[in-house]
Design a protein around this ligand. Structure first.
Ligand SMILES: C[S@@+](CC[C@H](N)C(=O)[O-])C[C@H]1O[C@@H](n2cnc3c(N)ncnc32)[C@H](O)[C@@H]1O
Length: 327
């Protein structure tokens, strides 16, 4: 009888490999084409299904977007109330083009709101769709908005298990990779700081929602800080960043201000004008500065807590001393 000796490491490696992402991820060509100059640093008004067809395969480094959610938002040109099959079919026409134009090792990062009243788990359906197309699901960020409107929504069945209605104060950010978890880039083009990296690899991000939507005339914007964190954590300076549902242009604005190349596409001429205007006017906050201040405060707070606990320790020792004396 022949014995096959297999070490623990080997066994462990084999079992992990068998159940890892390789099981379903597709092999993509390791191609990288140049991004066309005539689409570089542009806001384009049009349907992404058509516009994306004009881009070469494998030419975009990172896609960050929030699609319309079919929740009945009053957008300028897009009808946000559709049969769900129709909605997902249109969405995949855009996302399939996104997968095609994304380069090997590129990321597609999608901000999705959990469904509230219609019980359609959009973020799960979108995740399943990307995995079925062979992309690697890399991570999920919980964007905690601490959303105030949740305090006032309906209860479903009040104080009864019959049909309680759950409220969400957060949204999700799902991260997918094409072909490889690793995205190659020039190390001179890394702009994330040590503090940013240490803080943002914790996948729960507390960021207040955009409060200026009325000013910009757009009903569903995400705040610049969300795009700022996504771009600095997942892309290099000079990378090509695409948002196929660009809205009032938050992704494009942050990409431009952080030294990346960008293309933003939206159906509405109105939103494209707003995006162009923001590109001229808006001063992007120094989010690293805010983070450094917060960390300094937390450090100070920790210092005072340490002093507190030292006091408690002294107190405990003196208690012991008393007991000793009594004894
Ligand atoms: C959730 S909003 C994006 C908002 C954006 N993240 C921001 O911060 O301003 C979705 C956008 O997708 C646009 N849209 C919907 N279908 C589209 C399509 N097929 N092609 C291009 N844009 C589309 C809508 O006009 C809307 O502005």
């Amino acid at each position: 009888m022949a014995f096959v000796s297999i070490g623990f490491n080997q066994l462990y490696k084999h079992s992990i490999m068998a159940i890892g992402y390789e099981h379903y991820a597709k092999t993509f060509e390791k191609n990288h084409n140049d991004f066309p100059i005539n689409f570089t640093n542009k806001i384009v008004n049009g349907d992404s299904i058509d516009v994306l067809k004009k881009l070469p395969d494998d030419s975009v480094d990172l896609i960050f977007t929030s699609p319309p959610y079919n929740f009945g938002m009053s957008y300028d040109h897009h009808d946000d109330v559709n049969e769900w099959d129709h909605y997902f079919c249109s969405l995949w026409k855009v996302f399939d083009e996104c997968i095609r134009v994304l380069r090997y090792g590129g990321r597609i990062i999608v901000n999705v709101q959990p469904s509230s009243s219609n019980y359609i788990p959009t973020h799960h359906i979108i995740t399943k769709g990307f995995m079925e197309r062979g992309l690697i699901w890399r991570s999920e960020i919980l964007w905690e908005k601490n959303h105030r409107h949740c305090a006032t929504t309906a209860w479903g069945s009040w104080k009864s298990p019959s049909s309680p209605y759950l409220k969400y104060t957060w949204e999700f950010v799902e991260v997918f990779c094409k072909g490889n978890l690793k995205h190659d880039g020039d190390s001179n083009n890394i702009d994330i700081t040590a503090n940013e990296f240490k803080t943002w690899v914790n996948a729960r991000w507390t960021i207040a929602p955009e409060t200026r939507m009325k000013n910009f005339g757009h009903p569903a914007m995400f705040p610049p800080e969300l795009a700022y964190r996504v771009l600095k954590l997942f892309s290099f300076k000079n990378d090509v960043i695409l948002d196929p549902f660009n809205g009032a242009g938050t992704t494009s604005l942050v990409a431009e201000r952080t030294g990346r190349r960008y293309l933003g596409i939206d159906l509405s001429p109105e939103y494209c004008n707003i995006a162009e205007q923001r590109m001229k006017d808006e001063v992007l906050k120094d989010y690293s500065g805010i983070l450094d201040e917060k960390l300094a405060l937390a450090e100070k707070d920790k210092g005072s807590k340490d002093r507190e606990s030292q006091k408690i320790q002294t107190h405990t020792l003196s208690d012991l001393f008393d007991i000793d004396t009594i004894v």
